[in-house]
Design a protein around this ligand. Sequence first.
Ligand code: IMP
Length: 428
Amino acid sequence: MPALVVVGAQWGDEGKGKIVHFLGKDADWVVRYQGGNNAGHTVVFGGQKFALHLTPSGILAKGCKSVIGNGVVVDPNAFVKEVKMLESRGIKVRGRLFISLAAHVILPYHIYVDTLREEGGRGIGTTKRGIGPCYEDKVARIGIRIADFLDPEVFRKLVRRNLKVRAAELAKVKPLKTIEKEVFKDYDRQRRFLAPFAADCSLFLDAANKKKKRLLLESAQGSMLDLDHGTYPFVTSSNPVAGGACAGAGIGPTAITAVMGVTKAYTTRVGLGPFPTEVEGHVGHYIREVGKEYGTTTGRARRIGWLDVPQLKAAIRMNGMTALTMTKLDTLTGVHPIKVCVGYKLGKKRLADFPVSRREQLDVEPVYESYPGFSGDLSKAKKFSDLPRGAREYVLAVEKLLGVPVSIVSVGQSREQTIVRDATRLWS
Ligand code: IMP
């Protein structure tokens, strides 16, 4: 079966939602394999705008089934809200969306702990959705999985034990008894709502594989927020990189046939942490406003920077990317010149690669090449040759610097504003 992983090549928010929706038309199954409702995937479809946080963007592609994999952390409240939102807007969800019985559950106390740390001086700029503390429980082997959540007796026992484990931290928020009441307040309703969606998804995906179905594996966040390979400790608590798709979906590495990296035509990041090519001032402000660079999940203003070749090369390497999609090329119209970082200076040294050490990630100074830029409206371009010459030259220069084909260029939010340069490289 062709199995394509779609992964963010930067710090998240690259426009994966749109690309998954676009490629989802050719997929039988779309699987989210990590993260939780910290993600924000915006998809414009049929004149409507959908902001999805937990559900794979494939749910909007007709005929395609979706899985929230075992590697995802699921806030039952967020799940109920998102399913209701989709149904109220005419999207058929039941019988098309499944949650792995092995996915872990985010409960109110995870959100309290996350918020407490963020607001108590130990913050890294998280989304405060309880993601980190839920993964901590998973690794500490005290986590609560969907299968446990659906069993009231087991669930009650595990919640009471976990509240005791976290008692010292939680005491700073409110009395444990009050938190316990909050956990159980909507529990029965949530459990009944969730039960029909729960399944052993690894079995489905194996059956799909045997029937040679097409599988699209969708990451949340981006490679530089990867727990192992990102700008640690300013990272999320899971593995967005393509390797994480196998563990987080329950398929083997031999099933993967292609990896599509998604990069903006520039760079953004939200939250704290190193960002070598960050630009402030007029240019940063202009790109933020034209590109509407405000978080889908938290509404925070995104930090803006130029494209960073050593950073993207690291992402290409750690994901084994076979092709790239460049999004938001239209946002750069009117920006003269456009800069691209091609290496770094570190004191007297020159670096070609993105450094691993936190000190070096902060201290590197980018070395830029400049491109003249382009003007005009790109949003109606249907083919690569419809783009202004300066835009084409920019894409071709980036492709050459990176050594990976830029197979798709996106020039707007809707599916129609997508230029496929090479359809043969997408799934294999
Ligand atoms: P957490 O995932 O909420 O624990 O946040 C950890 C880091 O990842 C913070 O810097 C967040 O801003 C960042 N982050 C989490 N989800 C996203 C996303 O979907 N897009 C961009 N950044 C994200």
